[in-house]
Ligand binder design. Sequence first.
Ligand code: ZN
Length: 185
Amino acid sequence: MNCTDYLSMLATLPVDELAYGDAREHVSTCHDCDRVTRVVVERERNMRLAFDQLQSSMPATQTAIRALEASRRRRIARYYEVALGVAMAATLVVMVAVRRGNGPMPVATATETFRLQCLSPDQAAEVVRPFITSAGEISIPPSGLGIIDIRAPIEELQKARSALDRFDNPRESRCAVRIVVPTER
Ligand SMILES: [Zn+2]
């Protein structure tokens, strides 16, 4: 038996079958084949150990169970994702409902003090009242020094200002007489 014969046997037969006969005779005298055999034996022993460990720690049924559990966990995770999404959507709806329940969205308001030129504060209040909705507020300072404060959304404040420009004007003949309150908005 030469090295080629021995190595082809080593490649195809179980190592145990090389432990006697011509093969054993060859390997006992051939350093190269002996070395290769030791490597193969060592590797197979390691592989068998690894397989044994794998099999003892995870038998086939257990492996199957784990695979099933993993897929079940993925399904449950998916359900949780969907449920969380639904819960978040519900929260958003509730938040929107709460906002709606609190009335209109807050509008930017401003406060402006008007110095009256010829109208009394009461008259000025009468002039601007049609332009100031419930969101706004007309107040006459107790000092009564010919001023009026208006707190209202910017847009309403502008309408009130233009109304006062028009009616609280000394050049307007109506200024000193009875005020005709504008009714259009
Ligand atoms: Zn050899």
